[in-house]
Design a protein around this ligand. Structure first.
Ligand code: AMP
Length: 214
């Protein structure tokens, strides 16, 4: 099963994507994580993406489709994949449809995480992440240590207030039309109320998915 998680930054796609990947036993593919790892390693991909990421702008569609092609062709993704933060523009949706078609597959459903802007600003402003394993934390300060790997916690450059507002505007302008594109292509779209605790959101997500799978 290939599922696309859509929603603004801070809507909880990463947290819910991890849970879903574990329960469906398929990989979660997050382009943001792949790009941040490339930036840390200083690879050509990372160097190309860094400036756009720091501003909160999108990196070019071809870069994202290259990552997708590679990740979906890997043996781990044979049973499916959870695509987190991947389809952010209409050309990416079109490109992903071509990639899945060449693999004899398709996007089975889009999960649309909905949450108010006020709540998003609150969540992202209070977020730190581990500089090594990228685990996000709430209510923890920059400089503290990650209990998973001992790495130091940092604030993502794109979680600064200006960049947050810019990312939300980018989402509205470029990603909202993606929903219309999937609607027009008859892919099931499951709207999930993403306010509340991770457990509450997970329960809503699983209930919505059960309808599609039955
Ligand atoms: P995320 O961790 O998903 O919030 O992504 C962080 C940043 O990586 C975004 O603000 C973009 O600069 C870049 N990025 C991640 N995924 C994509 C994508 N599908 N298309 C374009 N840029 C992306």
């Amino acid at each position: 099963m290939i599922l696309v998680l859509l929603g603004p930054p801070g809507a909880g796609k990463g947290t819910q994507g991890d849970r879903l990947a574990a329960s469906l036993k398929v990989p979660r593919i997050a382009t943001g994580d792949v790009l941040r790892a490339a930036v840390l390693k200083g690879t050509p991909l990372g160097m190309e993406a860094k400036a756009a990421m720091d501003r909160g702008d999108l990196v070019p569609d071809e870069v994202i489709l290259g990552i997708m092609q590679e990740a979906l062709s890997a043996p781990e993704a044979e049973r499916g994949a959870i695509l987190d933060g991947v389809v952010r523009t209409v050309p990416q949706a079109e490109g992903l449809a071509r990639v899945t078609a060449t693999l004899g597959r398709q996007v089975d459903a889009v999960l649309l995480f909905e949450v108010s802007e006020e709540e998003l600003l609150r969540r992202l402003g209070g977020r730190t992440v581990c500089s090594v394993c990228q685990t996000p934390f709430k209510g923890r300060e920059v400089g503290e240590l990650c209990e998973k790997c001992g790495g130091r916690l940092i604030r993502r450059k794109d979680d600064e207030p200006e960049a947050i507002r810019h990312r939300l505007a980018v989402f509205q302008a470029q990603t909202a039309p993606v929903v219309a594109w999937y609607r027009a292509s008859s892919t099931p779209i499951l709207a999930i109320d993403a306010a509340g605790t991770p457990d509450e959101v997970e329960a809503r997500m699983l209930a919505a998915l059960a309808q599609v799978r039955s």
